[in-house]
Design a protein around this ligand. Sequence first.
Ligand SMILES: [Zn+2]
Length: 271
Amino acid sequence: MKEMLNETSLDTIAAALCYAMGIEAPKEAHEKNRILSAYVDEALNGEKADRVLMYNPDAIAQWVYKRYPVQLRDMVNHTEVDVPLQTVMPSVTPVCFGTMYTGAQPEVHGIQAYEKPVITIDTVFDALIRAGKRAVIIGDTTCSLGKIYLNRAMDYFLYDTIEEITAKAVEVILEDAYDFVVVYHGNYDAVMHRFGPESREAIGELRANSGEFSMLSVLVEKHWKKHNTLVGFAMDHGCHEIDGNLGSHGLAMPEDLNIVHRYKVYPKENS
Ligand SMILES: [Zn+2]
């Protein structure tokens, strides 16, 4: 059966994250995502989240999520709600992450190709800073997420390896000093391009992303008990196989455009 395109755009996530935290959305953001905001309202009984952890894996398509439940089981067990989304075009990393944290379409945020300039329109990070909140991006030295949101009054911790990124994310959770934490892991994408989306090599990275996210979730549950926390497993775009056992993305096809974010709320413990 031909996969249909998801109706709701990735541009709904920025406003939903801000709504969850009780702050104003970025100026150019589209209407907030209904599934995510309704879920947060219900899970927090109308209260707001004062902590958000966004785990951003790269290129895990909806079809990959559906086809590999065993490899993604830990992630699924640490999340509660499916948020199906259609990412933006061209479906490449800087364009999609540009939309995720501005809520704006590519022609508005300005990145319309595989380029990594600093976004100058209003972003979730600017909205957080205006609200007096502390934000941090933990990613790799070459990744889009480490470049396109630079020049803001927030922290950036960029490393060459997944292990260093994960270790810093652990430190940041234990330190409990940031309100909004972004962690980027590009390992599935990198291996998927080289060996194909369903190669043994890529599926190993998929399972790694699931495990790393789950471990961070365990730390949040244990160490952020004083906070209402929203945790997201939120990829930028999907992928498809091309000739020669390689993987690719960037096209206007369901395999590249359809993604499913997963979220979970951890309400604070009553003292
Ligand atoms: Zn990507």
